[in-house]
Design a protein around this ligand. Sequence first.
Ligand SMILES: Nc1ncnc2c1ncn2[C@@H]1O[C@H](COP(=O)(O)OP(=O)(O)OP(=O)(O)O)[C@@H](O)[C@H]1O
Ligand SMILES: [Mg+2]
Length: 328
Amino acid sequence: MLLSLARSKRILFFGGKGGVGKTTVSAATALAMASEGRRVLLVSTDPAHNLGHLFNREVGPRPVRLAPNLDGMELDPEATVNEHLEQVSSSLRRLMAPHLAGEVDKHIELSRDAPGMQEAAIMEKIADVVALAARDYDLLVFDTAPSGHTARLIALPEMMSAWTDGLINRRDKAERFSSVLRNMGTDKSVGNKIFGGNEKDPLANRESSIRSLLNRRRRQFSDLRTAITDHERTSFIIVLAAERLPVLETIALHGQLRRTGVKVGALVVNKRSPADMGDFLKERRAQEDVHLATLTEALPDLPRKELGLAAHDVVGLEALQEFALRLE
Ligand SMILES: Nc1ncnc2c1ncn2[C@@H]1O[C@H](COP(=O)(O)OP(=O)(O)OP(=O)(O)O)[C@@H](O)[C@H]1O
Ligand SMILES: [Mg+2]
């Protein structure tokens, strides 16, 4: 069921609470698709990366080969934030008068730890990957950070474009204001004093370079939004354990995603206790069944895949291949 869903999509997101098996299930799905001959890119967006641990090798911000047809990469939020702030800082410096450079630095330093900064940076990287990797890969598999975080990320393109739209409007006003200043009689330097212009780098050019930067980001986010809300192309898979809180969080996450236009294609209930291995596990399984009944009641039509608890952790390519056999 999971693999037939994967076969029909080009972008898969795996999300869910911490430790439920997102990395394991997403990597096994990616591996299964790669072994069928599709070119697959597995991307970890969780700042606490674990693709490297799973595949027993270093995985970084550029794609590395993990298996035939399968590449993997880990997005680095901190490096992305730095890159992003550098870009914004140089744009701001060009916009402001030189004596305000200290103010720009202060503003940038404060922004570094602003709420949402890492999320925005990751979202920008996801947008890059979706835009660029579509040429080289048939399927993108995103292993995301634990639930609340993920839903915020997914909702972010909308927030981000609202944010850039706001900035663009403000630039529009500033542009009109500066053109009034520019036309105020003979002293053309009034506008330049305020906006820090000089003869070599006229105000108008600067305005339009900032504008094109903002427009490019807006387009990027709206393209991402289009991609992740395209139900033909993209599906979100929630991984969970059959426990009370994960079930309640899954129902909440499903609602959040639906409100943002993202389709949940399947639920994976991982680490199910066996019913035939002693009274203790039998009782545990009965308890799990109670929680799963709540899930069925809330989300009756959602395809669901159950995976049993294995005796060992899933580490390395061979273990992953074996795990992948259970996904059909
Ligand atoms: N069905 C299973 N049976 C036994 N162990 C499993 C199973 N699925 C996953 N595991 C193990 O559970 C641990 C957590 O799995 P995994 O790292 O995939 O979870 P995660 O949701 O990605 O965690 P995090 O939120 O920390 O990223 C790993 O040690 C993994 O090998
Ligand atoms: Mg993980």
